[in-house]
Unconditional design. Structure first.
Length: 400
């Protein structure tokens, strides 16, 4: 049985701090508004929706107590609707889609909503704590370092310079600005306040004025952490061929901290026919793959290779790619290792320009990919994200 994507909706992204436009909007409200938009856009009989799977990384405070169920309840889909919240770090939103597709392909469910949310202004990164980096008994034996150190280690080991990273970041901003001006984000919705007035209608972090000269003056974000905190030595102990870490990443060439939510409608062919809905895409393959936890962020390459093998495809069968821009080095490493040209990767910009709301991003960029494949009249796309701790996730979609 096939799993089809009937639609995708995502919110605008607001800056993830107390001055951000969405700071006053709870993550439950963000989730509710994308669920309602999904219902309205498709004249959806919500009684047919069997479950909501949402990704969310920091599941505390406003995002605690199973936010998927809270969103399901607030959306007025009906009291029958269940909800489950999962955490695969940055891959959570895509993992939600993959799990929903697995339910549908197995025949266990006919129609599900899958997505994610992260309000990074209200629930900052690290709010959920945990021993992953804080417990020496976990961190020391595995040479664990913060993600920024891992990104700089990738850049150093594989020869990406500060200028390479900055040029990539400027291009991400240029592409996002062009896409915004051309109204290409068809899956995007504005977020409203309780009076129905728009709070935010565009992705707040896009900066059309970004220049190479401007961001080249920014100081590396992880150099002091690496030297004073001893993390450079930890990374070099694992990778002795690297004599010194070249710290190239900073706020301008790394993913922006933002608030956002997204949701997709995934079901089988029969339920779509019953409701008069036409599927847009089917999910061809999905894969996760673990990697070395020190270098940590190389996972998009092996997970994509695994998904391609599962689908019986090769890299040249993919028309467009969305590779999450956690740091500039990640898509650059992906393109270098798999021989993919930048002209078909993140063609409308990425998280460097628009931001990375952790639990939602995978779902959001899947919707961006769907919109662009349709706009260009192309057929196949691959979404992939690096994941903290040494993981990667990838999903291949095919236009119906």
């Amino acid at each position: 049985m096939e799993a089809y994507i009937y639609d995708a909706v995502r919110s605008v992204r607001g800056k993830g701090n107390k001055k951000g436009a969405l700071y006053g909007v709870t993550p439950t409200e963000l989730s509710k508004q994308v669920l309602i938009a999904l219902k309205v856009r498709n004249a959806l009989d919500t009684q047919k929706v069997e479950d909501v799977i949402f990704g969310c990384v920091a599941q505390v405070k406003d995002q605690g107590v199973n936010i998927a169920k809270s969103a399901a309840q607030e959306s007025n889909y009906g009291d029958h609707l269940c909800g489950v919240t999962l955490n695969r770090f940055c891959g959570s939103g895509l993992e939600a889609m993959n799990q929903a597709a697995a339910y549908v392909k197995s025949g266990f469910s006919s129609l599900m909503v899958a997505g994610g949310v992260e309000s990074m202004s209200r629930v900052p990164m690290g709010s959920d704590g945990g021993g992953f980096l804080m417990d020496p008994l976990q961190a020391i034996p595995r040479n664990l370092v913060p993600q920024g150190i891992s990104a700089d280690l990738i850049a150093t080991k594989y020869g990406f310079s500060r200028n390479d990273a900055d040029l990539y970041a400027v291009e991400s901003q240029r592409r996002a600005s062009e896409a915004e001006a051309d109204n290409r984000f068809k899956s995007r919705i504005s977020i409203k306040d309780i009076n129905g007035i728009n709070v935010l209608s565009t992705d707040q972090n896009i900066r059309p004025s970004t220049t190479l000269e401007g961001i080249s003056s920014l100081q590396p974000s992880f150099a002091m952490m690496g030297s004073m905190g001893g993390f450079d030595a930890v990374a070099i102990d694992k990778y002795p061929e690297v004599e010194e870490i070249n710290h190239i990443h900073h706020a301008g060439n790394s993913s922006a901290i933002v608030d956002g939510a997204g949701a997709t409608l995934i079901g089988n062919k029969e339920v779509g026919a019953l409701m008069g809905m036409k599927p847009r895409f089917k999910i061809r393959a999905a894969a996760v793959q673990g990697t070395d936890p020190t270098i940590m962020l190389t996972g998009p390459v092996p997970s994509s290779v695994k998904a391609l093998k599962q689908a019986g495809m090769n890299i040249n069968d993919i028309d467009l790619f969305e590779v999450n821009e956690a740091f500039s080095a990640i898509p650059m490493y992906f393109m270098d290792k798999l021989g993919v040209d930048h002209s078909i990767v993140n063609v409308n910009g990425g998280a460097i320009a628009m931001g990375h709301p952790l639990g939602a991003t995978g779902c959001m960029i899947a919707g961006t990919l769907m919109d662009e494949l349709e706009r260009r009249d192309l057929n196949t796309g691959l979404v992939t994200l690096c994941i903290g701790g040494g993981m990667g996730i990838a999903t291949i979609i095919e236009r119906v």
